[in-house]
Write a protein that binds this ligand. Sequence first.
Ligand code: GTP
Length: 598
Amino acid sequence: TDVSLIRNFSIVAHIDHGKSTLADRLLEYCDAVAKREMKKQLLDSMDLERERGITIKLNAARIEYPAEDGKTYVLNLIDTPGHVDFSYEVSRSLAACEGALLVVDASQGVEAQTLANVYLALENDLEIITVLNKIDLPAADPYRIAEEVEATIGLDCTEAIPASAKTGVGIQEILEAVVKNVPPPPGPTGGPLRALIYDSVYDEYKGVIVYFRIVDGEIRRGDKIKFMANGVEREVIEVGVRKPGAYEMERLGTGEVGYMVCGVKNVLDARVGDTITSAKEPSEEPLDGYEEAKPMVFCGLYPTDAEDYEILRDSLGKLKLNDAALAYEPEASSAMGFGFRCGFLGLLHMEIVQERLEREYNLDLVITAPSVVYKARTPKGELIDVDSPFKMPDADKRSGTQEPFVRLEMLTPQEYTGTLMELCQSRRGVLMDMKFVTSARGSIIYEIPLAEVITDFFDQVKSRSKGYASMEYQILEWRDQDLVRLDIKINGEDAPPLSTVCHRDQAHQRGKVLTEKLKQLIPRQMFRVPIQACIGVKPVASSAIPPMRKDVLAKCYGGDISRKKKLLNKQAKGKKRMKSMGRVNVPQEAFMAVLDLG
Ligand code: GTP
């Protein structure tokens, strides 16, 4: 294809603003797929995705559009994941484009999540075309929303296109704008092959399917290619484009977007962001910006039934084939048995993995409260990663501690500004900026520790704003903070799985909550059992379980029989799964209840 006739673009939108519906309409308009063959929302390919209504994995579609100027253009629509947990993948897929449609629901307005992706598009120098969608809705107010886009993002909206992905209004205008405003890709320079991988997906039959944008040179079936990050060489078995079904081609040239199959078995060998070059005449320099997506949030995953350990291990292995950012390693805990310590990009990523394990692999899991990656400074000044609270070195073996901070942006109706600021303040946030987007809505920007954001923060934002505020965060850096490891002692014995890391100022409060909770959960013993929360050897909070009265049934004699049975039953079960902490038998359920998220 003549480069001047190619347009590569993606769609940036907040969840539910109509990205998939619009993509369908664009394809349909160009007859890319016969109407009756269309499944609803072609671009989202995973079931889970469709159900949750979020786009996780990228995909592409090639559309042939006969424009008003009489020429037929090749439009490559590249899908981007909507959530910032996947911001690295978003930025790679945007790097494969010259333009982006910014879709905003004209009855809702701009949401914080959209902002993060628009900023990424602007960083990638993309031409942005604003689409005000859902104008068929009675509540739609495209003029007000256009003003809001101008105020929040600073985009000129005089040429924003009012549209309805539902009724088809504005679809042709959008396609014309893509042809006219989005620049064609630069032509070949005569240099060696360089193609950017913007997605790679594991397929059971074909192995890894690599999605790429050719920046220079061409790719033919049978070519020997090389992945620059790890030097792996392969032969191209199949090359083609998605329409959106796979469509094989002999070759793809500069500026084109396509997929290849080349005998790669693991997405780790063809990672998003890597450069494909020719094995015979390799390029000296890879394309910009290959970086490994690093897990930021860690938690323990344990099978509820110890016998499921092997299944959990195999399932994680299978998920990893398709998810280079997922990290896991075996972890044995005296309280929880055998499981895995897993690392995720963020909370959403964690939820998705957990849900897939439970649903696709039928596992029943205990998930321990998530923690971030802290850093501890050794006495020599070296920084080491601490991905599990009980691994935080003792106070005398470190000279400092750091934790990751994020830039948090919230968009909210003005009346909730106060309560949201209070929330951020109580979570160690530092106010950076505050502005009105319109007279009724404002944007608040905080710098705040990631650890504070991964607890119940999002739920709090939603409930305090009655669901109207939206938030987004991006990792900034690790900063020095006065952190402590809070240990739990049960009858004087350490219980490492219950250790947490927190700011020194929060230690007392956190300790109080934990010791009270444990007091409720651990059954009485023949003797008094003290429970303490300590920093080093110094207790900061404590509770105690009073000694047992002889007969558990004594307190309900005369009561109804089913309750007695239940108690006896509970006792029997408790016995089976007791973990002895010194002289105290702690039922596994107690640990699980303290540690479990859900
Ligand atoms: P994710 O895939 O979750 O990111 O969402 P999305 O942005 O792709 O949104 P989707 O296309 O799934 O649309 C969300 C909802 O809005 C669906 O119920 C659509 O039917 C509806 N919708 C999309 N476009 C329009 C429109 O122009 N008018 C009306 N009335 N509804 C629309």
